[in-house]
Design a protein around this ligand. Structure first.
Ligand code: NAD
Ligand code: IPM
Ligand code: MN
Length: 358
C-alpha cells in the first residue's frame, strides 16, 4: 500500500533521530511491499530561522493532507529568550490543536533486555513492566487563558488557567476505558480533586463513564501520590488517564523506569483519524549532531504509526521486535550503557534495527 508521511525533523537531535525512524520505515516498505512518500516540512526553531514563524501555514496544510505526521523534537537554547507566543514549542501546541490530536498515548514498557537500565530495585520490576499513560493533549492549562497583569503591591503577576469541559474529559476517558478493556482491565485516573475544581469535574466524569465499562476497574489517585506510587510499585498500573500537564510530568517519570526517556514513544490521535508520532522526549540540545542520542523512542513511534494510522499491526510488531533484537544482542546507546555491553551511536542503531526488519 502507499502512504504519505509529513516529516518534521525539528531541532537539536530531531534530524538524526528522525533519520533512523525513516530507515526503519523504509525497511518495512522493502520487506512488506509498502511505499512511504515523505514530505519534509518545517516547524519549531528551524522554521523560525527559515520562515520567521514556528508553525508556517504550509506545514499545517501538509500535515493535514498526509496520512500521518512524524516529528523529531523542537526547541533549544537559541530560541529560549523569545516571547512565549513565538517559541518553537508553540509549533507543537499549534499542530496538536489544528489537527485535533486530543489523545496522547505514551506506552512505558520495560523490555526484559533492559532490566539492568531500570533505576529501581530489581524486585520492583521483576517480570517486566507494561503501562500506558493516556494524556489529554488539547486542553487544560496548556490551552487555557494566560496573561500578565499588575498587582497593587506585589509587582507583576502571571496566570495560566486550567480548564476542562465535560466533553473534553469524556472523550479522553473513553479512549482510556476502551484501552483498559483491551489490556489488563485496570484504569487509574490521576487528578488533584482535593484542591482543583477542574479535577473534581474530571473525577465526576470519569466515575460516570465507569458505569458503561463494567469490565474495567476504575481507581482514582491524586497526582502527588501517583508520582510516588510510580516509583514505589509501578506494576500496580495498567492504564493511567490524566490531564495535559500531569500527563506530561508522569510520562517522563514513567519513561525512566523503562531505562531512559530515550525509549518512550508516543502517538497523538484525533477523533477523525489524524495521527502525529513523536518521541516523548525533547530536542536534547547538548547531544545535537554528536551521534549519541537514542533514536529508539522515535523508531518505536514509527511502529505506533504503522499500527494506529496505517492498520499495519504485523509490520509494527516487526519494528518493535527489531528493537528488542538489538537490545538482546547487547547493543546500547550511551543513555542505556552499562559495562559489558556494546556501545553504539544514533546512526548505527538505525542501521541495526533496519537490518532486523526482514
Ligand atoms: P529533553 O527531553 O530534551 O532532555 C532531558 C534529558 O533526557 C536530556 O538531558 C537527556 O539526558 C535525556 N534524553 C532525552 N531524550 C534522550 C535521547 N533520545 N537520547 C539520550 N538522552 C535523552 O528535555 P529538556 O532538556 O527539558 O528540553 C530540551 C528542549 O526540548 C527544550 O527546548 C524543550 O522545550 C524541548 N522539548 C521538546 C519536546 C518535543 O518537541 N516534543 C518535548 C520535550 C521538550
Ligand atoms: C512533550 C513536551 C511538550 C509538552 C512541550 C515541548 C510543549 O514536553 O511533548 O511532552 O509539554 O507537551
Ligand atoms: Mn514533556
Amino acid at each position: 500500500m502507499d502512504f504519505s508521511i509529513a516529516v518534521i525533523k525539528g531541532d537539536g537531535i530531531g534530524p538524526e533521530i528522525v533519520d533512523q525512524a525513516v530507515k526503519a520505515l523504509d525497511a518495512v516498505g522493502a520487506a512488506y511491499g509498502h511505499s512511504f512518500a515523505y514530505e519534509r516540512v518545517l516547524a519549531g526553531g528551524e522554521a523560525i530561522d527559515e520562515c520567521g514563524e514556528a508553525l508556517p501555514k504550509r506545514t499545517v496544510d501538509v500535515c493535514k493532507a498526509a496520512d500521518a505526521v512524524l516529528l523529531g523534537a523542537v526547541g533549544g537554547w537559541k530560541w529560549d529568550s523569545l516571547p512565549g507566543g513565538e517559541r518553537p514549542e508553540t509549533a507543537l501546541l499549534g499542530l496538536r490543536k489544528e489537527l485535533g490530536l486530543f489523545a496522547n498515548l505514551r506506552p512505558a514498557i520495560l523490555f526484559e533486555e533492559l532490566a539492568d537500565a531500570c533505576p529501581l530495585r530489581p524486585e520492583l520490576t521483576a517480570g517486566g513492566l507494561d503501562l500506558i499513560v493516556v494524556r489529554e493533549l488539547t486542553g487544560g492549562i496548556y490551552f487555557g487563558e494566560r496573561g500578565l497583569r499588575k498587582t497593587e503591591d506585589m509587582g507583576e503577576a502571571a496566570y495560566d488557567v486550567e480548564i476542562y469541559s465535560e466533553g473534553e474529559v469524556r472523550r479522553i476517558g473513553k479512549v482510556a476505558f476502551d484501552m483498559a478493556g483491551k489490556r489488563g482491565g485496570r484504569l487509574t485516573s490521576v487528578d488533584k480533586a482535593n484542591v482543583l475544581e477542574s479535577s473534581r469535574l474530571w473525577r465526576r466524569v470519569m466515575t460516570e463513564l465507569a458505569e458503561g465499562y463494567p469490565d474495567v476497574e476504575l481507581s482514582h489517585l491524586y497526582v502527588d501520590n501517583a508520582a510516588m506510587q510510580l516509583v514505589k510499585n509501578p506494576r500496580q498500573f495498567d492504564v493511567i488517564v490524566t490531564g495535559n500537564m500531569f500527563g506530561d510530568i508522569l510520562s517522563d517519570e514513567a519513561s525512566m523506569i523503562t531505562g531512559s526517556l530515550g525509549m518512550l514513544p508516543s502517538a497523538s490521535l484525533s477523533a477523525s483519524g489524524a495521527g502525529m508520532y513523536e518521541p516523548s522526549h525533547g530536542s536534547v540540545p547538548k547531544l545535537a549532531g554528536l551521534d549519541r542520542a537514542n533514536p529508539m523512542a522515535t523508531i518505536l513511534s514509527a511502529a505506533m504509526m504503522l499500527r494506529h494510522s496505517f492498520g499495519l499491526a504485523e509490520e509494527a510488531a516487526a519494528v518493535e521486535n527489531a528493537v528488542k533484537a538489538l537490545l538482546a544482542e547487547g547493543y546500547r546507546t550511551p543513555d542505556l550503557f552499562v559495562e559489558g555491553k556494546r556501545l553504539i551511536g544514533t546512526s548505527e542503531t538505525g542501521d541495526i534495527v533496519a537490518a532486523h526488519i526482514t
